[in-house]
Design a binder for this molecule. Structure first.
Ligand SMILES: NC(=O)C1=CN([C@@H]2O[C@H](COP(=O)(O)OP(=O)(O)OC[C@H]3O[C@@H](n4cnc5c(N)ncnc54)[C@H](OP(=O)(O)O)[C@@H]3O)[C@@H](O)[C@H]2O)C=CC1
Ligand SMILES: O=C(O)[C@@H]1CCC=N1
Length: 273
């Protein structure tokens, strides 16, 4: 099976690396700049600027360009070349209806992974379109990147906010914890190790024990001890509300991008509803 990765940037490169790690060797990746192509080739992909060649010579196509590049990419491929291809779009916000209009004869899936695919730990949600047949192959390829959740498309924008953008939110929290460690006297490296260990350990404990986060919090919290002092500071600074608003804002932006891209695809490709 041959796989095309259209747009071998940050997430596209991770797709190439994940597939190579999984044993796939027939991969073609595209980009515009020399640097992008050089990088794709160094990862083991055939690198080309020719999107039409990449799509027409492959069975499965991953779309990993920025949302505003979607119309240009569709135009760079002959309509006949999309026919019969299985296309998995990682483009934030881009709706299945838009993608199916843009690539009229392709079998289209909308998915949202995250950058943790770099270490095989993506949380990827995927929704099928109206013409999809080969879910097993898509499932197998996505599993090379980490966990896969088949969901209705209505969850994709929320998933994009929580899981797609999630690594950035968690990285901010980790950075804050490291600064906090330094504030109270730990050397930076030690604070960083502690922050990563606590995050990884808590995550694993919750997943493996099935314990509710409230119960874990209460188990850690000694009356008149240290944790409760920290918890009241978190409450008064609105940490929970800030995180909820972060995800809600990202969700709204995903919806906005979806509407913008739909309008651009219709305008630039001359498609009507
Ligand atoms: N970054 C992330 O964590 C995640 C991103 N996504 C989604 O993945 C998509 C890509 O994001 P990201 O990887 O961060 O972005 P990048 O900008 O890193 O990568 C996009 C790539 O697309 C290439 N490209 C642009 N136009 C064309 C074209 N006409 N033909 C071929 N290649 C082209 C660019 O190549 P060049 O630089 O050579 O122009 C670039 O390498 C977005 O839609 C985003 O929503 C989804 C989940 C997570
Ligand atoms: O920030 C973005 O738009 C993309 C989608 C999810 C992660 N990065």
């Amino acid at each position: 099976m041959r796989v095309a990765v259209i747009g071998a940037g940050r997430i596209g490169s991770v797709v190439v690396r994940s597939l190579v790690r999984c044993g796939y060797s027939e991969i073609v990746a595209t980009g515009r700049r020399d640097e992008t192509l050089k990088n794709a080739a160094s990862l083991g992909a055939e690198a080309t600027r020719d999107n039409d060649y990449a799509v027409s010579s492959s069975d499965i196509v991953f779309l990993t360009v920025k949302p505003h590049h979607l119309p240009e990419v569709v135009k760079s491929v002959k309509p006949a070349s999309w026919a019969g291809r299985t296309v998995v779009s990682f483009i934030a916000g881009a709706r299945l209806a838009t993608l199916e209009k843009a690539m009229a004869e392709a079998e289209v899936y909308r998915a949202m992974p995250n950058l943790n695919a770099e270490v095989g730990l993506s949380s990827t949600a995927v929704a099928q379109g109206t013409r999809t047949r080969d879910m097993a192959t898509v499932d197998r390829l996505l599993k090379c990147m980490g966990r896969v959740y088949w969901v209705p498309e209505e969850f994709l924008d929320a998933w994009t906010a929580l899981a797609g953008s999630g690594p950035a939110f968690i990285a901010e929290i980790i950075d804050a914890l490291v600064l906090a460690g330094v504030l109270v006297g730990l050397p930076r490296d030690l604070a960083y190790s502690a922050a990563l260990d606590v995050l990884e350990g808590t995550s694993r404990l919750l997943r493996e024990s099935g314990t509710h986060p409230f119960k874990l919090r209460d188990d850690v919290t000694t009356p008149a001890g240290t944790t409760i002092r920290g918890l009241i500071a978190m409450e008064s600074e609105g940490v929970k509300a800030a995180l909820m608003k972060a995800v809600e804002s990202a969700y709204r932006r995903s919806l906005e991008i979806g509407a913008e891209i739909d309008a651009r695809v219709k305008r630039e490709l001359g498609i009507s509803d």
